[in-house]
Write a protein that binds this ligand. Structure first.
Ligand code: GDP
Ligand code: MG
Length: 382
Protein backbone atom coordinates (compact mmCIF):
# COMPACT_ATOMS: atom_id res chain seq x y z
CA UNK A 1 0.00 0.00 0.00
CA UNK A 2 1.23 3.48 -0.81
CA UNK A 3 1.66 6.03 1.91
CA UNK A 4 0.52 9.62 1.70
CA UNK A 5 1.07 12.36 4.22
CA UNK A 6 -1.43 15.20 4.32
CA UNK A 7 -1.13 18.39 6.32
CA UNK A 8 -4.35 20.22 7.08
CA UNK A 9 -4.04 24.01 7.13
CA UNK A 10 -6.66 26.71 7.45
CA UNK A 11 -7.88 29.80 9.24
CA UNK A 12 -9.36 29.33 12.72
CA UNK A 13 -13.10 28.54 12.45
CA UNK A 14 -12.92 27.43 8.84
CA UNK A 15 -14.08 24.00 10.02
CA UNK A 16 -10.62 22.46 9.99
CA UNK A 17 -11.24 20.14 12.93
CA UNK A 18 -14.54 19.04 11.40
CA UNK A 19 -12.78 18.29 8.10
CA UNK A 20 -10.14 16.38 10.05
CA UNK A 21 -12.82 14.21 11.67
CA UNK A 22 -14.67 13.73 8.39
CA UNK A 23 -11.49 12.50 6.68
CA UNK A 24 -10.05 10.37 9.46
CA UNK A 25 -13.38 9.05 10.68
CA UNK A 26 -12.56 10.27 14.16
CA UNK A 27 -9.53 8.03 14.69
CA UNK A 28 -6.87 10.31 16.06
CA UNK A 29 -3.87 10.67 18.23
CA UNK A 30 -3.51 13.89 20.18
CA UNK A 31 -0.15 15.19 21.34
CA UNK A 32 1.78 18.44 21.30
CA UNK A 33 4.11 20.01 18.78
CA UNK A 34 7.67 19.64 20.12
CA UNK A 35 8.61 22.25 22.69
CA UNK A 36 5.29 24.08 22.74
CA UNK A 37 1.86 23.55 24.24
CA UNK A 38 0.14 23.75 20.89
CA UNK A 39 -1.99 20.67 20.34
CA UNK A 40 -1.05 18.34 17.50
CA UNK A 41 -3.66 15.95 16.16
CA UNK A 42 -2.74 13.07 13.90
CA UNK A 43 -5.01 10.58 12.23
CA UNK A 44 -4.16 7.42 10.32
CA UNK A 45 -6.58 5.73 7.99
CA UNK A 46 -6.84 3.77 4.79
CA UNK A 47 -8.57 5.06 1.66
CA UNK A 48 -8.57 3.01 -1.54
CA UNK A 49 -4.98 1.73 -1.87
CA UNK A 50 -3.48 4.38 0.32
CA UNK A 51 -2.37 4.50 3.88
CA UNK A 52 -2.91 8.08 4.87
CA UNK A 53 -1.35 10.11 7.65
CA UNK A 54 -3.31 13.27 8.34
CA UNK A 55 -1.76 16.01 10.44
CA UNK A 56 -3.79 18.94 11.76
CA UNK A 57 -1.71 22.11 11.60
CA UNK A 58 -2.54 24.94 14.00
CA UNK A 59 -5.14 27.39 12.67
CA UNK A 60 -3.43 30.39 11.06
CA UNK A 61 -4.26 33.47 9.00
CA UNK A 62 -0.84 33.73 7.43
CA UNK A 63 2.59 32.08 7.58
CA UNK A 64 4.55 34.91 9.10
CA UNK A 65 6.88 34.65 12.07
CA UNK A 66 4.58 36.70 14.28
CA UNK A 67 2.66 33.95 16.03
CA UNK A 68 3.66 30.55 17.35
CA UNK A 69 0.81 28.88 15.44
CA UNK A 70 1.90 30.34 12.13
CA UNK A 71 5.53 29.41 12.74
CA UNK A 72 4.62 25.85 13.69
CA UNK A 73 2.47 25.45 10.59
CA UNK A 74 5.15 26.70 8.25
CA UNK A 75 8.04 24.87 9.93
CA UNK A 76 6.07 21.66 9.81
CA UNK A 77 5.57 22.02 6.07
CA UNK A 78 9.26 22.89 5.54
CA UNK A 79 10.55 20.01 7.66
CA UNK A 80 8.11 17.26 6.74
CA UNK A 81 7.36 18.18 3.15
CA UNK A 82 3.90 16.59 3.22
CA UNK A 83 2.76 15.09 -0.07
CA UNK A 84 -0.24 17.40 -0.13
CA UNK A 85 -1.34 20.38 1.91
CA UNK A 86 -5.10 20.70 2.23
CA UNK A 87 -6.12 24.27 2.90
CA UNK A 88 -9.56 24.42 4.50
CA UNK A 89 -11.31 27.58 3.39
CA UNK A 90 -14.51 29.05 4.73
CA UNK A 91 -16.33 29.35 1.41
CA UNK A 92 -18.64 31.99 2.83
CA UNK A 93 -15.62 34.19 3.49
CA UNK A 94 -13.19 33.34 0.73
CA UNK A 95 -11.39 36.63 0.35
CA UNK A 96 -10.01 36.68 3.88
CA UNK A 97 -9.23 32.96 3.88
CA UNK A 98 -7.21 33.15 0.68
CA UNK A 99 -4.45 35.15 2.35
CA UNK A 100 -3.10 31.98 3.91
CA UNK A 101 -3.50 30.28 0.54
CA UNK A 102 -1.22 32.83 -1.11
CA UNK A 103 1.40 31.95 1.50
CA UNK A 104 1.00 28.23 0.87
CA UNK A 105 1.29 28.90 -2.86
CA UNK A 106 4.68 30.47 -2.21
CA UNK A 107 5.80 27.43 -0.25
CA UNK A 108 5.52 25.48 -3.48
CA UNK A 109 3.62 22.56 -1.98
CA UNK A 110 0.96 20.59 -3.85
CA UNK A 111 -2.24 22.28 -2.74
CA UNK A 112 -5.82 21.14 -2.53
CA UNK A 113 -8.41 23.64 -1.38
CA UNK A 114 -11.43 22.40 0.55
CA UNK A 115 -14.08 25.08 0.15
CA UNK A 116 -15.84 24.14 3.35
CA UNK A 117 -19.04 25.68 4.71
CA UNK A 118 -20.26 25.61 1.14
CA UNK A 119 -23.80 25.27 2.52
CA UNK A 120 -23.45 28.65 4.19
CA UNK A 121 -21.94 30.11 1.02
CA UNK A 122 -24.91 28.84 -0.98
CA UNK A 123 -27.34 30.37 1.48
CA UNK A 124 -25.53 33.66 1.04
CA UNK A 125 -26.10 33.34 -2.71
CA UNK A 126 -22.43 32.92 -3.63
CA UNK A 127 -21.63 31.20 -6.90
CA UNK A 128 -18.09 30.04 -7.66
CA UNK A 129 -16.32 29.56 -10.94
CA UNK A 130 -14.11 26.91 -9.33
CA UNK A 131 -12.48 25.96 -12.61
CA UNK A 132 -11.16 29.45 -13.22
CA UNK A 133 -10.30 30.06 -9.57
CA UNK A 134 -8.47 26.75 -9.49
CA UNK A 135 -6.45 27.85 -12.51
CA UNK A 136 -5.58 31.20 -10.93
CA UNK A 137 -4.48 29.62 -7.66
CA UNK A 138 -2.99 26.53 -9.29
CA UNK A 139 -4.73 24.31 -6.78
CA UNK A 140 -7.60 21.86 -7.06
CA UNK A 141 -10.79 22.99 -5.37
CA UNK A 142 -13.52 20.84 -3.90
CA UNK A 143 -16.71 21.98 -2.18
CA UNK A 144 -17.36 20.38 1.20
CA UNK A 145 -19.85 20.53 4.04
CA UNK A 146 -17.75 18.83 6.68
CA UNK A 147 -20.42 19.01 9.36
CA UNK A 148 -22.61 16.82 7.11
CA UNK A 149 -19.69 14.73 5.82
CA UNK A 150 -20.37 16.00 2.32
CA UNK A 151 -17.51 15.98 -0.18
CA UNK A 152 -15.34 13.49 1.68
CA UNK A 153 -14.59 11.11 -1.18
CA UNK A 154 -14.21 13.92 -3.71
CA UNK A 155 -11.69 15.58 -1.42
CA UNK A 156 -9.75 12.35 -0.84
CA UNK A 157 -9.70 11.55 -4.55
CA UNK A 158 -8.35 15.02 -5.28
CA UNK A 159 -5.72 14.65 -2.58
CA UNK A 160 -4.56 11.37 -4.09
CA UNK A 161 -4.48 12.87 -7.57
CA UNK A 162 -2.44 15.81 -6.28
CA UNK A 163 -0.03 13.47 -4.47
CA UNK A 164 0.43 11.33 -7.57
CA UNK A 165 0.93 14.28 -9.90
CA UNK A 166 4.45 14.86 -11.12
CA UNK A 167 6.09 17.55 -8.97
CA UNK A 168 6.80 20.66 -10.96
CA UNK A 169 7.55 24.20 -9.89
CA UNK A 170 4.43 26.35 -9.98
CA UNK A 171 3.63 28.15 -13.17
CA UNK A 172 1.43 30.74 -11.44
CA UNK A 173 2.93 32.93 -8.80
CA UNK A 174 1.69 36.00 -7.13
CA UNK A 175 3.15 38.80 -9.15
CA UNK A 176 4.36 41.65 -6.95
CA UNK A 177 4.89 44.04 -9.84
CA UNK A 178 8.06 44.69 -11.82
CA UNK A 179 9.96 46.73 -9.20
CA UNK A 180 9.50 44.23 -6.38
CA UNK A 181 9.91 41.25 -8.70
CA UNK A 182 13.28 42.69 -9.67
CA UNK A 183 14.35 42.80 -6.04
CA UNK A 184 13.03 39.28 -5.41
CA UNK A 185 15.02 38.08 -8.42
CA UNK A 186 18.25 39.62 -7.14
CA UNK A 187 17.76 38.06 -3.72
CA UNK A 188 16.90 34.65 -5.16
CA UNK A 189 20.14 34.78 -7.09
CA UNK A 190 22.35 35.55 -4.06
CA UNK A 191 20.48 33.05 -1.92
CA UNK A 192 21.15 30.31 -4.48
CA UNK A 193 24.78 31.38 -4.99
CA UNK A 194 25.42 31.19 -1.29
CA UNK A 195 24.65 27.51 -1.38
CA UNK A 196 21.60 28.04 0.73
CA UNK A 197 23.74 27.27 3.77
CA UNK A 198 21.16 28.63 6.12
CA UNK A 199 18.27 27.57 3.97
CA UNK A 200 17.10 24.35 5.63
CA UNK A 201 14.72 23.58 2.85
CA UNK A 202 12.88 26.86 2.36
CA UNK A 203 11.91 27.33 -1.27
CA UNK A 204 14.20 30.06 -2.60
CA UNK A 205 11.43 32.41 -3.69
CA UNK A 206 9.60 31.98 -0.38
CA UNK A 207 12.84 32.80 1.49
CA UNK A 208 13.46 35.86 -0.71
CA UNK A 209 9.93 37.16 -0.22
CA UNK A 210 9.96 36.53 3.53
CA UNK A 211 13.34 38.21 3.89
CA UNK A 212 12.04 41.30 2.09
CA UNK A 213 9.18 41.20 4.59
CA UNK A 214 11.82 41.29 7.38
CA UNK A 215 10.73 37.89 8.67
CA UNK A 216 12.31 37.48 12.11
CA UNK A 217 12.92 33.75 11.97
CA UNK A 218 14.56 33.83 8.55
CA UNK A 219 16.66 36.88 9.44
CA UNK A 220 17.97 34.97 12.45
CA UNK A 221 18.73 31.82 10.48
CA UNK A 222 20.44 33.70 7.68
CA UNK A 223 24.22 33.59 7.87
CA UNK A 224 25.34 35.14 4.61
CA UNK A 225 26.72 38.67 4.36
CA UNK A 226 26.03 38.72 0.62
CA UNK A 227 22.35 38.03 1.22
CA UNK A 228 22.27 40.58 4.02
CA UNK A 229 23.74 43.31 1.82
CA UNK A 230 21.44 42.60 -1.12
CA UNK A 231 18.47 42.51 1.24
CA UNK A 232 19.29 45.85 2.83
CA UNK A 233 19.58 47.49 -0.59
CA UNK A 234 16.30 45.89 -1.81
CA UNK A 235 14.37 46.94 1.27
CA UNK A 236 15.73 50.47 0.90
CA UNK A 237 14.70 50.65 -2.76
CA UNK A 238 11.18 49.45 -1.96
CA UNK A 239 10.84 51.96 0.88
CA UNK A 240 12.08 54.64 -1.50
CA UNK A 241 9.48 53.85 -4.17
CA UNK A 242 6.40 53.38 -1.92
CA UNK A 243 7.40 55.28 1.18
CA UNK A 244 6.22 52.38 3.30
CA UNK A 245 7.60 49.22 4.91
CA UNK A 246 8.16 46.36 2.41
CA UNK A 247 5.97 43.96 4.37
CA UNK A 248 3.00 46.31 4.07
CA UNK A 249 3.58 46.68 0.34
CA UNK A 250 3.81 42.91 -0.15
CA UNK A 251 0.65 42.28 1.89
CA UNK A 252 -1.13 44.91 -0.23
CA UNK A 253 -0.06 43.18 -3.43
CA UNK A 254 -1.32 39.83 -2.13
CA UNK A 255 -4.68 41.32 -1.24
CA UNK A 256 -4.76 42.88 -4.68
CA UNK A 257 -4.17 39.50 -6.28
CA UNK A 258 -6.88 37.89 -4.11
CA UNK A 259 -9.36 40.64 -4.78
CA UNK A 260 -8.80 40.35 -8.53
CA UNK A 261 -9.14 36.57 -8.47
CA UNK A 262 -12.35 36.76 -6.41
CA UNK A 263 -13.94 39.43 -8.57
CA UNK A 264 -13.32 37.29 -11.59
CA UNK A 265 -14.62 34.04 -10.15
CA UNK A 266 -17.13 34.65 -7.34
CA UNK A 267 -20.54 36.11 -8.01
CA UNK A 268 -23.18 36.92 -5.49
CA UNK A 269 -26.61 36.19 -6.95
CA UNK A 270 -28.12 38.39 -4.27
CA UNK A 271 -26.01 41.33 -5.32
CA UNK A 272 -26.64 40.64 -8.98
CA UNK A 273 -30.41 40.62 -8.41
CA UNK A 274 -30.21 43.77 -6.38
CA UNK A 275 -28.06 45.53 -8.88
CA UNK A 276 -30.39 44.80 -11.82
CA UNK A 277 -33.46 45.72 -9.78
CA UNK A 278 -31.68 48.83 -8.53
CA UNK A 279 -30.74 49.78 -12.05
CA UNK A 280 -34.34 49.55 -13.24
CA UNK A 281 -35.49 51.46 -10.18
CA UNK A 282 -32.93 54.24 -10.59
CA UNK A 283 -34.06 54.82 -14.16
CA UNK A 284 -37.83 54.57 -13.74
CA UNK A 285 -37.95 56.48 -10.47
CA UNK A 286 -35.46 59.09 -11.59
CA UNK A 287 -36.38 62.62 -10.42
CA UNK A 288 -36.35 64.15 -13.89
CA UNK A 289 -36.52 61.17 -16.23
CA UNK A 290 -39.12 59.22 -14.24
CA UNK A 291 -42.21 61.11 -15.42
CA UNK A 292 -41.23 61.33 -19.12
CA UNK A 293 -40.43 57.61 -19.06
CA UNK A 294 -43.83 56.87 -17.54
CA UNK A 295 -45.60 59.07 -20.11
CA UNK A 296 -43.61 57.54 -22.94
CA UNK A 297 -44.52 54.04 -21.78
CA UNK A 298 -48.21 55.00 -21.56
CA UNK A 299 -48.07 56.70 -24.98
CA UNK A 300 -46.47 53.63 -26.55
CA UNK A 301 -49.07 51.40 -24.89
CA UNK A 302 -51.97 53.51 -26.23
CA UNK A 303 -50.49 53.82 -29.69
CA UNK A 304 -49.84 50.11 -29.96
CA UNK A 305 -53.33 49.19 -28.74
CA UNK A 306 -54.97 51.65 -31.13
CA UNK A 307 -52.91 50.49 -34.08
CA UNK A 308 -53.46 46.82 -33.34
CA UNK A 309 -57.15 47.37 -32.58
CA UNK A 310 -57.69 48.95 -35.97
CA UNK A 311 -57.81 45.51 -37.60
CA UNK A 312 -60.66 43.95 -35.58
CA UNK A 313 -62.39 47.35 -35.58
CA UNK A 314 -62.27 47.35 -39.36
CA UNK A 315 -63.70 43.83 -39.47
CA UNK A 316 -66.55 44.71 -37.09
CA UNK A 317 -67.35 47.87 -38.98
CA UNK A 318 -67.63 46.06 -42.29
CA UNK A 319 -69.64 43.28 -40.67
CA UNK A 320 -72.25 45.68 -39.29
CA UNK A 321 -72.25 47.64 -42.55
CA UNK A 322 -72.85 44.40 -44.41
CA UNK A 323 -75.59 43.32 -41.97
CA UNK A 324 -77.42 46.63 -42.40
CA UNK A 325 -77.16 46.36 -46.18
CA UNK A 326 -78.41 42.77 -46.25
CA UNK A 327 -81.41 43.64 -44.06
CA UNK A 328 -82.24 46.68 -46.20
CA UNK A 329 -82.03 44.64 -49.39
CA UNK A 330 -84.06 41.70 -48.08
CA UNK A 331 -86.72 43.95 -46.54
CA UNK A 332 -90.08 43.67 -48.39
CA UNK A 333 -90.33 46.89 -50.39
CA UNK A 334 -92.41 49.61 -48.74
CA UNK A 335 -93.47 47.48 -45.73
CA UNK A 336 -92.99 48.68 -42.15
CA UNK A 337 -90.36 51.16 -43.10
CA UNK A 338 -90.20 52.55 -39.54
CA UNK A 339 -89.19 49.08 -38.26
CA UNK A 340 -86.49 48.71 -40.92
CA UNK A 341 -85.16 52.10 -40.03
CA UNK A 342 -85.21 51.19 -36.32
CA UNK A 343 -83.33 47.94 -36.94
CA UNK A 344 -80.75 49.14 -39.44
CA UNK A 345 -80.03 52.63 -38.18
CA UNK A 346 -81.01 52.28 -34.54
CA UNK A 347 -80.02 48.79 -33.40
CA UNK A 348 -77.32 47.73 -35.88
CA UNK A 349 -75.88 51.22 -36.29
CA UNK A 350 -76.01 51.93 -32.55
CA UNK A 351 -74.77 48.59 -31.26
CA UNK A 352 -72.21 48.35 -34.05
CA UNK A 353 -70.95 51.82 -33.32
CA UNK A 354 -70.31 50.85 -29.70
CA UNK A 355 -69.08 47.30 -30.26
CA UNK A 356 -66.57 48.51 -32.81
CA UNK A 357 -64.60 50.08 -29.96
CA UNK A 358 -64.58 46.87 -27.94
CA UNK A 359 -61.29 45.44 -29.32
CA UNK A 360 -59.59 48.69 -28.52
CA UNK A 361 -60.81 48.61 -24.90
CA UNK A 362 -60.01 44.94 -24.47
CA UNK A 363 -56.50 45.39 -25.89
CA UNK A 364 -55.87 48.36 -23.67
CA UNK A 365 -56.92 46.38 -20.60
CA UNK A 366 -54.77 43.48 -21.74
CA UNK A 367 -51.78 45.76 -22.33
CA UNK A 368 -52.08 47.33 -18.90
CA UNK A 369 -52.43 43.90 -17.31
CA UNK A 370 -49.33 42.70 -19.16
CA UNK A 371 -47.36 45.77 -18.13
CA UNK A 372 -48.41 45.26 -14.54
CA UNK A 373 -47.60 41.56 -14.56
CA UNK A 374 -44.22 42.12 -16.18
CA UNK A 375 -43.47 44.64 -13.46
CA UNK A 376 -44.18 41.97 -10.85
CA UNK A 377 -42.24 39.37 -12.77
CA UNK A 378 -39.25 41.66 -13.19
CA UNK A 379 -39.33 42.31 -9.48
CA UNK A 380 -39.60 38.61 -8.65
CA UNK A 381 -36.83 37.68 -11.06
CA UNK A 382 -34.37 40.32 -9.95
P1 GDP B 1 -11.81 25.04 13.26
O1 GDP B 1 -11.60 26.16 14.20
O2 GDP B 1 -11.35 25.43 11.90
O3 GDP B 1 -11.22 23.75 13.70
O4 GDP B 1 -13.40 24.86 13.14
P2 GDP B 1 -14.30 23.66 13.67
O5 GDP B 1 -14.04 22.41 12.93
O6 GDP B 1 -14.21 23.61 15.14
O7 GDP B 1 -15.73 24.20 13.21
C1 GDP B 1 -16.29 25.39 13.68
C2 GDP B 1 -17.82 25.29 13.62
O8 GDP B 1 -18.26 25.22 12.27
C3 GDP B 1 -18.35 24.04 14.29
O9 GDP B 1 -19.51 24.40 14.97
C4 GDP B 1 -18.70 23.10 13.14
O10 GDP B 1 -19.74 22.21 13.45
C5 GDP B 1 -19.09 24.06 12.07
N1 GDP B 1 -18.86 23.55 10.71
C6 GDP B 1 -17.78 22.89 10.27
N2 GDP B 1 -17.90 22.61 8.95
C7 GDP B 1 -19.09 23.13 8.55
C8 GDP B 1 -19.79 23.19 7.29
O11 GDP B 1 -19.33 22.72 6.24
N3 GDP B 1 -21.00 23.80 7.27
C9 GDP B 1 -21.54 24.36 8.39
N4 GDP B 1 -22.72 24.95 8.28
N5 GDP B 1 -20.90 24.34 9.59
C10 GDP B 1 -19.71 23.73 9.68
MG1 MG C 1 -10.08 23.28 15.38
Amino acid sequence: MKKIEIALAGNPNSGKSTVFNMLSGGRQHVGNYPGVTVEKKEGRFVYRDYQILLVDLPGAYSLSAYSTEELIARDYIIEHKPDVVVDVIDASNVERNLYLTTQLMEMDVPLVLAFNMSDVAKQKGLVFDTEQLSRLLEADIVMTVASKERGRDELLDMIIAAAEKEKKPRAHRINYGSEIEEEIGKLEKVISENGFVWGQGYPVRFAAVKLIEQDKELLEKMDSDDVRKTLAASAERIRGIWGDEPEIILADKRYGFISGACQETIKSTVELRHSISDMIDTVVTHKILGLPIFLLLMYVTFMVTFKVAEYPMGWLESFFGWLGLVITQLWPAGELLWLRSLLVEGVIGGVGGVIVFLPNRLLLFAAIAVLDASGYMARAAF
